[in-house]
Design a protein around this ligand. Structure first.
Ligand code: ATP
Length: 448
């Protein structure tokens, strides 16, 4: 593994070498119950309502394996696979037909429009499986994401993961590390939202004994601890502006200088960072350095919110539950906004395990914003807990029951604590006897 810093031009070149010259590709666009979609066609592209299809159409009038697009030397074809409601090209029912840019293809009640676009993408556009390491997802957007992760994990390029809270950014960072040649090396997480400004430099680069008053012993920073592996900079948008040039210098020189030391130490790390913010708008607002942004975003990855790929919910529920979910649980997860994304879905499933889907729904799993968390809601939460306890379905193991109730109790405690302290984390942590960093994590975990 190269330990010397790749100069920016090399970074650009190595990215360019992964890209093919622009070519024209066929795309189809459609609107269904899950929203608007555009997908690039491969040599053979299966279309249906089954989650395993390359193009998944959320429409019950579309058969699970409805039709196939395929190319041959004469052009692009659509072939009906014996679907229930048929495939139509310009309103004529077809078994197989050649189609061209602009053609309208109707499958059941959904119309797909054929278009084209210039692209430089190479490699498999869709990951062939519904899993990538610990991540699950069979939707087109997740399988496209998995294909990018697989492709870039093998490189040493810096990856910037952007997505709403609970979309799986940390899990993605781990999956990238595990799929990379550095997988035997360490994976070190720095939660930039939880590090006090004064300790940032020491947290990242370490310090020598006596570097500052509380430095009673030398301490290794995250970069040295991750030597040979990956540093995951979570919530990178919270990195104080004063730290940004220091981080940039380390990324450029691939050396760190612990606080209080004059010695520069060489480190060999891969950087993966994540944020729920749009760093580009922060750059425009002067809150984030443009040069650092480009250093971090060698490969920008956008993780879709759960509401944009609701077809993945059943698979996620099954994975979280560890077995085929009962129909009433699946029904309870449908048509909800899931503002807290997969984390909120996980919390909901854990509550539903303890009290059943209906009670879990009544207890409210939706993310509440600071502005909307009121004392009356807290009281409602408390009575919901009390009534939920009365109707516990003692179906699961003791361990599952206990864990689910701990979650409920934890959330209730934190809600009251934060309300009492007007969301002042330091004050709340003091009263609760918790470390501020830990409280911060709990608050994020429960979407409070
Ligand atoms: N695609 C997925 N497959 C399986 N589990 C997932 C997936 N995405 C997220 N999760 C689960 O959802 C929860 C939240 O994921 P994670 O902590 O990675 O989100 P995040 O985007 O980093 O959140 P935050 O921005 O709040 O830190 C975790 O329990 C994680 O295991």
């Amino acid at each position: 593994m190269p330990s010397n810093p790749p100069p920016p031009q090399t970074l650009v070149n190595s990215l360019a070498s992964l890209q093919a010259p622009p070519t024209r590709r066929s795309i189809v666009s459609w609107v269904d119950a899950a929203g608007e979609h555009t997908v690039q066609l491969q040599d053979r592209t299966l279309v249906g309502s089954a989650a395993e299809s390359a193009i998944v159409i959320a429409d019950p009038t579309v058969s699970r394996l409805h039709a196939e697009f395929h190319f041959d030397e004469r052009g692009l074809w659509v072939r009906d696979l014996g679907s229930r409601n048929g495939t139509f090209v310009e309103n004529v029912m077809v078994r197989e037909a050649r189609i061209e840019t602009g053609s309208k293809i109707r499958m059941g009640g959904t119309t797909l429009k054929l278009g084209s676009e210039m692209t430089t993408e190479v490699g498999p556009q869709f990951w062939p499986a519904h899993r990538f390491g610990p991540l699950v997802g069979g939707s087109a957007s997740m399988r496209r994401l998995f294909a990018s992760l697989a492709r870039f994990a093998a490189t040493d390029l810096s990856i910037l993961i952007q997505g709403e809270t609970g979309t799986g950014k940390e899990l993605i960072a781990r999956a990238v590390h595990d799929a990379s040649p550095r997988k035997q090396g360490p994976f070190v997480i720095v939660d930039c939202a939880a590090v006090p400004d004064a300790l940032f430099e020491s947290e990242l680069f370490g310090h020598v004994k006596g570097a500052f008053t509380s430095a009673v012993a030398a301490r290794e920073g995250a970069f040295e601890a991750a030597d040979g592996g990956t540093v995951f900079l979570d919530e990178i948008g919270e990195l104080p502006i004063a730290m940004q040039p220091k981080l940039l210098r380390v990324l450029e020189s691939r050396t760190v200088r612990p606080v209080g030391s004059s010695e520069h130490r060489r480190v060999d790390v891969r950087i993966v960072s994540a944020t729920h913010r749009d760093l580009r708008t922060m750059v425009n607002a002067g809150a984030f350095r443009e040069d650092l942004y480009f250093r971090l975003a060698g490969v920008p990855i956008l993780v879709p919110p759960l509401r944009e790929h609701p077809e993945d919910i059943p698979l996620l529920v099954e994975t979280i539950l560890g077995r085929v979910p009962p129909p009433e649980l699946l029904a309870a997860t449908a048509n909800r906004p899931w503002l807290g994304n997969v984390r909120e879905l996980r919390n909901f499933i854990e509550r539903a395990r303890a009290v059943g889907p209906q009670q879990a729904l009544q207890m409210g799993g939706q993310a509440s914003t600071p502005e909307t968390t009121t004392t009356s809601q807290t009281a409602e939460g408390a009575s919901a807990v009390t009534s939920a306890l009365k109707s516990v379905a003692f179906k699961q193991s003791f361990r599952e029951f206990r864990d689910a109730w701990l979650e409920i109790g934890e959330r209730e405690y934190l809600t009251r604590l934060l309300t009492q302290h007007s969301r002042n984390i330091s004050g709340a942590a003091r009263e609760a006897g918790l470390d501020r960093t830990y409280l911060h994590r709990l608050v994020r975990k429960h979407l409070l």
